[in-house]
Design a protein around this ligand. Structure first.
Ligand SMILES: C[S@@+](CC[C@H](N)C(=O)[O-])C[C@H]1O[C@@H](n2cnc3c(N)ncnc32)[C@H](O)[C@@H]1O
Length: 279
């Protein structure tokens, strides 16, 4: 089962990233501040991952990114002065890192950790941060448990793991979501097309609830915090791509923190999971 899910992810993402052009990443690296100013105020994953001044806490730190994918975040963190190690089951992510190192003068070139991450031979207590951006929910739950255990082993005492993941905390909202077709995913009502989509989809059928992530993290970590992100931002899809949409997103991400916690958690679209390893 584990192998089947990993094979599916590997094939799916190898194909996507083998076509990836690093041109934009290089441009963003050369214009780091303006890239981050836009990304962290308008894009949920960047907004969430860079909460609590993450951007200014990276210089000189040793960071591991799991499921680095197109390697944009690994590159940005290295551009901000961190020593970055990155892993992905897709070997094409390693090719992207090779090209990035050849084309940009990082203070520390990014190191690709190849293959099955659970077989890494990295020493314990060696990282200040472990990052996963839209990563954990690609793992089946028993495998996620192994990754969290490994994360704890690799982090220094006082270190922090930060995972940005989708959130499904309301069954009703989830049911409605499956009925509405989005780009690349048909409605559940179109049974044949939906079945075909599901067979090729790299996400395992599992819980994405905040309660699950809180429990899974607490098994190893002394402190787990869940920050809901996207309750209002999710409505940005009613806007066409462009300036108005970005203005709405900016407003939404800034405003949703004022929604009472229990409502925000129930309705949120995504979440930042912060796991701290303490003394
Ligand atoms: C949704 S993508 C996110 C990529 C990137 N972090 C981003 O934010 O764009 C999920 C990534 O997890 C990787 N992945 C899935 N299962 C994995 C595993 N068992 N070990 C390492 N990487 C895995 C996939 O190859 C893919 O690159």
């Amino acid at each position: 089962m584990r192998d089947q899910n990993q094979k599916k992810n590997k094939a799916h993402y190898n194909k996507i990233y083998s076509r990836y052009n690093i041109h934009n990443t290089l441009y963003w690296l050369k214009n780091l501040d303006s890239f981050l100013n836009t990304a962290t105020t308008t894009e949920t994953s960047w907004f969430a991952l860079y909460l609590n001044d993450f951007r200014n806490r990276l210089r000189g730190k040793k960071v591991l990114e799991m499921g680095c994918g197109d390697c944009v975040n690994a590159a940005i963190m290295a551009g901000l002065g961190a020593e970055v190690y990155a892993n992905d089951i897709a070997t094409s992510s390693g090719e992207i890192i090779k090209k990035l190192n050849e084309n940009y003068e990082f203070q520390n070139p990014i190191k690709f950790v190849k293959g099955d991450f659970l077989k890494n031979e990295l020493p314990a207590e060696s990282f200040d941060f472990v990052i996963g951006k839209a990563f954990l929910h690609h793992l089946e739950i028993p495998v996620e448990d192994k990754f969290l255990k490994e994360t704890y082993r690799l982090l220094k005492t006082g270190g922090e793991a930060r995972f940005f993941e989708p959130a499904v905390n309301s069954r009703l909202l989830d049911e409605i979501r499956w009925l509405i077709p989005v780009k690349g995913r048909p409605s559940k009502l179109d049974r044949k097309a939906f079945r075909e989509w599901r067979e090729n989809d790299p996400h395992p059928d599992r819980s994405f609830s905040s309660r699950h992530f809180e429990k899974a993290g607490s098994k190893y970590f002394e402190e787990v915090t869940i920050v809901p992100v996207g309750t209002l931002e999710r409505f940005s899809r009613f806007y066409k791509w462009g300036k108005n949409r970005n203005s709405f997103k900016k407003w939404a991400l800034k405003s949703e923190i004022y929604i009472p916690g229990f409502i925000n958690k129930a309705l949120t679209r995504s979440q930042l999971i912060i796991c701290k390893k303490k003394l």
